[in-house]
Write a protein that binds this ligand. Structure first.
Ligand SMILES: NC(=O)c1ccc[n+]([C@@H]2O[C@H](COP(=O)([O-])OP(=O)(O)OC[C@H]3O[C@@H](n4cnc5c(N)ncnc54)[C@H](O)[C@@H]3O)[C@@H](O)[C@H]2O)c1
Ligand SMILES: O=C(O)C(=O)C[C@@H](O)[C@H](O)[C@H](O)COP(=O)(O)O
Ligand SMILES: [Zn+2]
Length: 362
């Protein structure tokens, strides 16, 4: 059983959510491709070997590039390593890259595909909840620089995305929960049913081991969030306006990741970032107390953080100035004017920002 969500953008593609999809993923390699580079990190080595065998069974050459795990893989040096492998293996424009892993790997693989000979096909096989519901879908690819998160990248849409929930069997609960932060984001900005489902099933979703029943709920949540993302990126691939709503919680969240030298998971940082944005909206007179409290209760029920230590404002502000929504000196935030109604807050009074920071300082 699987569900297909079509992303109706310039070059439409399918996101398939279900189980037993690994074999089918190979069928979406471009028909003319002779080679496929599988980008993965150490935890996915066994799956990469399985993929290699299946790619070779189609008569193609399979090349594996094992990259440093998690955020350590999203660097210019690692991208250059992948380009070297592609060059030495004579990859041409008709060949393809496969991103197999969490969001860090799918961001890197997408960027490598976007830049190799100015763009070759990428098939994404996300293996974390976060990568399934967010990173692998929508064509934002990129790497970090010493100055900030995702500062170098390209919009490069995938050829196909395969969200095989069987992959989640080995994913630690901590990472499953981090991914749920991006699912909850989809609930706050667009699909309120997501919030209801998480509220009903929070204990099962955060448990160390998933039961078949909780996996079913998780699959429904993944599909719902993929739909949210698909609708938004189909309308605004290059983030000229609407797509910014997908950045809810990220201005402060990315600043935490950078300040913490990427020792926090992205989803955990976004969790605090959403509470910051909700407090900012309350102080700006846009969001009522109940909606702000709902942020804290739903994220806490999943075991996600909702506070960040005091005393780090200067570092956080420096990082927020480098956010991609900033225009010149103008800081811009996505906030809610009610659940499901995201709006922009441009150049807020510094007192509001400090007030929101004070409210999330644990
Ligand atoms: N491009 C986008 O639109 C977009 C959207 C959201 C997030 N992101 C990016 O995604 C990244 C975060 O992704 P993430 O939360 O998946 O983190 P991650 O990629 O760092 O993966 C977390 C950990 O889980 C491991 N892992 C992956 N799959 C596994 C599995 N099936 N079993 C066991 N271990 C597994 C990884 O090796 C890693 O150690 C950040 O860099 C973030 O900026 C990008
Ligand atoms: O797809 C988008 O657009 C998003 O903003 C999704 C975010 O969850 C994601 O973390 C994205 O990588 C952030 O992009 P950035 O432009 O703020 O680096
Ligand atoms: Zn994100």
């Amino acid at each position: 059983m699987s569900t297909v969500v079509n992303v109706a953008s310039g070059a439409p593609y399918d996101v398939t959510v279900g189980s037993g999809l690994l074999e089918r993923a190979i069928t979406s390699l471009p028909p003319g491709s002779r080679k496929a580079l599988v980008v993965h990190s150490a935890p996915m080595r066994q799956v990469a070997d399985i993929l290699r065998a299946r790619i070779e069974a189609t008569g193609r050459e399979a090349v594996l590039a094992e990259v440093p795990d998690a955020e350590a893989g999203k660097t210019a040096e690692v991208a250059a390593f992948c380009w070297q492998v592609l060059g030495r293996s004579d990859f041409t424009r008709s060949d393809a890259v496969i991103g197999l892993g969490g969001g860090a790997v799918t961001d890197l693989a997408g960027f490598v595909a976007a830049t190799w000979t100015r763009g070759i096909a990428v098939v994404q096989i996300p293996t974390t909840v976060l990568a399934m519901v967010d990173a692998a879908v929508g064509g934002k690819t990129g790497i970090n620089t010493a100055e900030g998160k995702n500062l170098v990248g390209a919009f490069h849409e995938p050829h196909a995305v395969w969200c095989d929930v069987d992959m989640l069997a080995t994913l630690p609960a901590y990472d499953r929960v981090a991914g749920l932060a991006e699912v909850v984001k989809g609930g706050f900005i667009r699909d309120g049913v997501i919030l209801d489902l998480v509220e009903q099933h929070a204990d099962a979703l955060r448990a160390d081991v998933l039961t078949p029943a909780s996996l079913e709920v998780l699959e429904e949540l993944i599909t719902r969030k993929v739909r949210v993302k698909a609708e938004v990126v189909a309308a605004d691939l290059k983030e000229s306006h609407l797509r910014e709503i997908l950045n809810y919680g990220h201005t402060f969240g990315h600043a935490i990741e950078y300040t913490e030298r990427y020792q926090w998971r992205h989803g955990s940082a976004v969790s605090v970032g959403m509470v910051f944005a909700a407090e900012l909206a309350r102080l700006a007179g846009k969001l009522d107390d109940a909606a702000v409290d709902r942020h804290r209760s739903i994220l806490t029920s999943l075991g996600l953080p909702v506070t960040y230590p005091a005393g780090r404002w200067d570092a956080l502000l420096t990082a927020m100035r480098r956010d991609k929504k900033t225009r010149g000196d103008l800081l811009r935030f996505v906030i809610l004017q009610g659940i499901g109604n995201p709006v922009r807050l441009e150049g807020p009074d510094p007192a509001l920002l400090l007030g929101a920071y004070d409210a999330v300082s644990g």
